[in-house]
Design a protein around this ligand. Sequence first.
Ligand SMILES: *Cc1c(COP(=O)(O)O)cnc(C)c1O
Length: 226
Amino acid sequence: MSGIKENITTLKKEIPANVKLVAVSKTRSVGDIMEAYNAGQRCFGENRVQEILNKKDLLPSDIEWHLIGHLQTNKVKAVVPFISVIQSVDTYKLLKVIDSESQKVNRVVDCLLQIHIAAEETKFGFSVKEVTEVLESEEFKILKNVRICGLMGMATFTDNPVQVNKEFNYLVSTFKSLKLKIFKDDPFFKEISMGMSGDYKIAINSGSTIVRIGSLIFGERIKSEH
Ligand SMILES: *Cc1c(COP(=O)(O)O)cnc(C)c1O
């Protein structure tokens, strides 16, 4: 008994119906993903392109795949034909490549802009200043095959709930100010993806609309793998 089904059932009770659950399946087997699928889960998040490509053809085609990890521009072409959401857009250059590759396959791809909210240096993402500059630029306005649906952020990996709460509130206030300044009449700009296994309750209380949860569903990951 792996308990994946039970874990999903328990989580679903704790997550409000208007918050989307992305089951983070990086490093997990196709069998584990299938177990979550059979428990009703349809949306999965992966952080490596090659790993999604390896798994997706072995799994049902109605799975909605979210890319949540850093994406290199040379791998964009491989994901745009099928990806539901690219949550980890962290440069204008990447956005531009997603746009041109999406155009080639006649798609408009949903994207979230990743904002750097953690104290740690290593996490990817735009600063608020950078993202504002990009969104206000003419170079951004000409992109037609990307749809900016909101923001994504990762809080500092810490036990201190005060700090995590502060970082999530910063993401929410950034979202609100961009909504007013740039996306006022855009119904698609509505998502705030924040909250993982350790901090999803804080995230939901702060106004998260998407939580990305791995370990609480599938069990602890081996530390050396991502
Ligand atoms: C791994 C990962 C998660 C899920 O982490 P858990 O702690 O296992 O829930 C969420 N978001 C991103 C971007 C990740 O890389």
